[in-house]
Design a protein around this ligand. Structure first.
Ligand SMILES: Cc1cc2nc3c(=O)[nH]c(=O)nc-3n(C[C@H](O)[C@H](O)[C@H](O)COP(=O)(O)OP(=O)(O)OC[C@H]3O[C@@H](n4cnc5c(N)ncnc54)[C@H](O)[C@@H]3O)c2cc1C
Length: 538
C-alpha cells in the first residue's frame, strides 16, 4: 500500500496514534511534572524519514571528532563527510549562498531549501540584530555557532525518504518483505574450535512474523536466514529490544523478564538520549505566516502550496557561556575534561538550537489552533549536549509487549537551567530584535503569559519540554575497554559473531542538531564496513 501522507511533507501528524506509528509513550517523567510524552515512530518502509520534519542538519565537526576521540577510529568529521555527501542529491536554489563543495550531487536523497514566509525573514533580522553571525549554509559545514538555513528532504512538493533508496533503482539482490516484524535474532553456539571467552555464539537468522506470507490479516512465523551476517536497523527504541529478546542484554533484567541470557551486555537499552525541546508561541499583528493558506486540495492536484513544504524558518546554533556563567548550576557543575565546558560540550558545539515555524503547529499536543484568522508562530528551543540519560527496558518475555521507555528528561539540574535560559533568551530576541519587535502582539494563546525570572522559566520548561523525536545511543558504539559499548567501531555486537547494528542507536553521543542525516551516514558507513570485512573491497 502506498501511503500518500508519507509523500506530503506537512501530513506528518496524520501518522500519530495510527497503525503506522509504533505508538510508544514514555513512563511518567519524574522531572517533567510526571507527564507521559507520546513518542511517535514510523512503522512503514521509510521509518521516521517518512513522517519527520524533513530538516537536514549533520551536526558539528566536533561531534564526530569527539566520536573518534572516544576511540572509534574511522568516525572523525573528515572520515564521515564523504559519507554524508554520498546519500545526497542537492538541488541549488537561486539566492541561497550554498556551500556547494559540502553537498553531494549523486545520491538518492533529494535536498533543497524552501522560500521563506515573511515571519522567517523577520526572525533572521532579529537574530542578526542580536549579534548572531549569518552563515547561510552552516548546517552542512559542521559549524558550531551562527544562524543560517537548513536544507530539507523535499523536492517539487514531494518528500524524499529512506524508501527512495529501495524503490528507485533497487539492486537486483535486494528483497524487501513489507508487513513483517522481527521478533528476535536466532543464535547458534560456536564450535569449541571457534568459541572464545568473549564470543560463544553466532547470529544465523531472524525469527519474524509476516502478514505477507499468511492468509488475510493472519500472521505467519517465519525464519529468515543470513548467509554472512545479520544487521539490525530498527531504530533506537526497537534495536535494543530485538537484542534483549534474543538474550543479549543486562543479565539481571533479562532474568527478571524470563529470557534465557546468551550474552550479558549491560548497556543494551541504556544511555537513551534525546534533545528535549520547548515550543513558545506568539501572536502576530498581521498575516506574516501561512495559517490562512492551508489548502490540502492544492497539494493533491499539483503538489504545490504550503503542504508541499515543511514551514520552518531560519535555524540557529548558539553557545550560552556568557549568559550562564553566574548561574549556580553552571558554577556547581563538574566536568573532568578540561577542554569541555560544564555541560560537557566542546568549544565547537552549541548549547541550544533555535528554529521557528511559519504557522501554528508542532504536534497534536499543541491544540490551541487559531480559528479567527489569527497569524501565529512558534520558536523552538532545543537543548544540545543533554546530560540526562534514560533507558529502555522490556515489559516481559513477549516480543509483542511495548517496552518501558524512560527518557528521564530533565533529571540533570543543569539541563533544566540551560534550557530555561535558552527559552528566556529567545523570548528576548523575538520581543526585542529589530526584525520582530514591531510585529508581535504577545504570547499565543493570549491567555498565556511568558514567565518572569529564572524560577518561573525553569518551571515552564518542566511543564512544556517534550521530545524532539531524536532517541539515540541505546546500542552505543565504543572500543572493548568501554564498558558501556554494545557495538565495536565496526558496528559488530560485542560477544556475538556475524551480528551488527546500523542505526542511530549506535551513536556514542547524540549529534548536535537533527539525526536523520547521520542515520543515512551510518547506513553508508555500515555498507563500507561490511564490504571491507567480507573482503569485497580492500
Ligand atoms: C515526528 C518526527 C519528526 C522528526 N523530524 C526530524 C527532522 O526534521 N530532521 C531530522 O534529522 N530528524 C527528524 N526526526 C528523527 C529522524 O527521522 C530519525 O532520527 C531517523 O529516522 C532515525 O533513523 P533510524 O533508522 O535509526 O530509525 P527509524 O527511522 O525509526 O527506522 C527504523 C525502521 O525499522 C522498522 N522496525 C522497527 N522495529 C522493527 C521490527 N521489530 N521488525 C521489522 N522492522 C522494524 C521501523 O518500522 C522503521 O521502518 C524526526 C522523527 C520523528 C518521529
Amino acid at each position: 500500500m502506498d501511503l500518500v501522507n508519507s509523500h506530503m511533507p506537512m501530513a506528518w501528524q496524520k501518522f500519530h496514534f495510527t497503525e503506522h506509528d509504533w505508538n510508544y509513550d514514555t513512563e511518567p517523567q519524574k522531572h517533567a511534572n510526571n507527564r507521559v510524552i507520546h513518542l511517535p515512530r514510523g512503522r512503514f518502509l521509510s521509518g521516521c524519514s517518512g513522517l519527520n520534519g524533513t530538516i537536514i542538519t549533520r551536526g558539528c565537526k566536533a561531534d564526530y571528532d569527539e566520536w573518534e576521540a572516544l576511540r572509534n577510529p574511522g568516525w572523525s568529521w573528515n572520515d564521515v563527510l564523504p559519507l554524508f555527501k554520498k546519500s545526497e542529491r542537492f538541488i541549488p536554489t537561486e539566492g541561497f549562498g550554498a556551500a556547494t563543495e559540502y553537498h553531494g550531487t549523486d545520491g538518492q536523497l533529494v535536498t533543497t531549501v524552501h522560500p521563506q514566509a515573511p515571519i522567517s525573514d523577520a526572525m533572521l533580522d532579529s537574530y542578526i540584530n542580536k549579534g548572531i553571525s549569518y552563515r547561510p549554509d552552516m548546517f552542512v559545514q559542521g559549524e558550531g555557532e551562527g544562524v543560517g538555513h537548513v536544507t530539507r528532504t523535499v523536492h517539487e512538493g514531494v518528500r524524499t525518504s529512506g524508501a527512495d533508496f529501495v524503490n528507485k533503482n533497487p539492486p537486483a539482490n535486494l528483497h524487501v518483505l513489507l508487513e513483517t516484524t522481527v521478533l528476535r535474532v536466532v543464535l547458534e553456539s560456536l564450535p569449541d574450535s571457534e568459541s572464545t571467552d568473549s564470543s560463544k555464539y553466532r547470529a544465523i537468522a531472524v525469527e519474524a512474523e509476516s502478514k505477507i506470507k499468511a492468509d488475510g490479516d493472519a500472521v505467519k512465523l517465519i525464519t529468515l536466514r543470513g548467509k554472512k551476517e545479520i544487521i539490525i536497523s530498527a531504530g533506537a527504541y526497537n534495536s535494543p529490544c530485538i537484542l534483549m529478546h534474543s538474550g543479549i542484554g543486562p543479565k539481571d533484567h533479562l532474568e527478571e523478564c524470563g529470557i534465557d541470557v546468551k550474552v550479558d551486555l549491560k548497556s543494551v537499552g541504556q544511555n537513551l538520549s534525546d534533545h528535549p525541546s520547548v515550543f513558545q508561541f506568539y501572536l502576530l499583528k498581521s498575516k506574516m505566516t501561512y495559517d490562512h493558506v492551508i489548502y490540502p486540495l492544492e497539494w493533491l492536484e499539483s503538489k504545490s502550496g504550503i503542504l508541499g513544504r515543511f514551514p520552518f524558518g531560519p535555524f540557529v546554533f548558539l553557545r550560552l557561556d556568557k549568559l550562564m556563567e553566574d548561574k549556580p548550576e553552571w558554577k556547581a557543575a563538574k566536568e573532568k575534561n578540561p577542554e569541555k565546558d560544564p555541560m560537557g560540550q566542546l568549544p565547537g558545539q552549541p548549547h541550544v538550537e533555535y528554529f521557528s515555524t511559519e504557522l501554528y503547529g508542532g504536534g497534536p499536543q499543541h491544540s490551541d489552533l487559531p480559528t479567527k484568522g489569527e497569524s501565529c508562530f512558534a520558536v523552538i528551543t532545543m537543548l544540545c549536549g543533554t546530560r540526562s540519560r534514560g533507558s529502555i527496558r522490556l515489559n516481559g518475555s513477549d516480543p509483542h509487549g511495548k517496552p518501558k521507555i524512560d527518557h528521564n528528561y530533565l533529571a540533570n539540574e543543569l539541563d533544566v537551567a540551560v534550557l530555561a535560559e535558552g527559552c528566556r533568551y529567545v523570548n528576548e530576541i523575538v520581543t526585542e530584535g529589530a526584525g520582530t519587535r514591531e510585529h508581535i502582539t504577545g504570547p499565543w494563546p493570549t491567555t498565556r503569559a511568558h514567565p518572569n525570572g529564572d524560577e518561573q522559566w525553569k518551571e515552564y520548561v518542566r511543564q512544556q519540554a517534550g521530545t524532539c523525536y531524536h532517541p539515540a545511543s541505546t546500542c552505543k558504539m565504543g572500543p572493548d575497554e568501554d564498558e558501556e559499548a554494545v557495538v565495536d567501531p565496526r558496528l559488530r555486537v560485542r560477544g556475538i559473531k556475524s551480528l551488527r547494528v546500523a542505526d542511530i542507536s549506535i551513536m556514542p553521543k547524540l549529534n548536535n542538531g537533527h539525526p536523520q542525516a547521520p542515520a543515512y551516514m551510518i547506513g553508508e558507513k555500515a555498507a563500507q564496513l561490511i564490504l571491507e570485512d567480507n573482503r569485497i573491497i580492500g
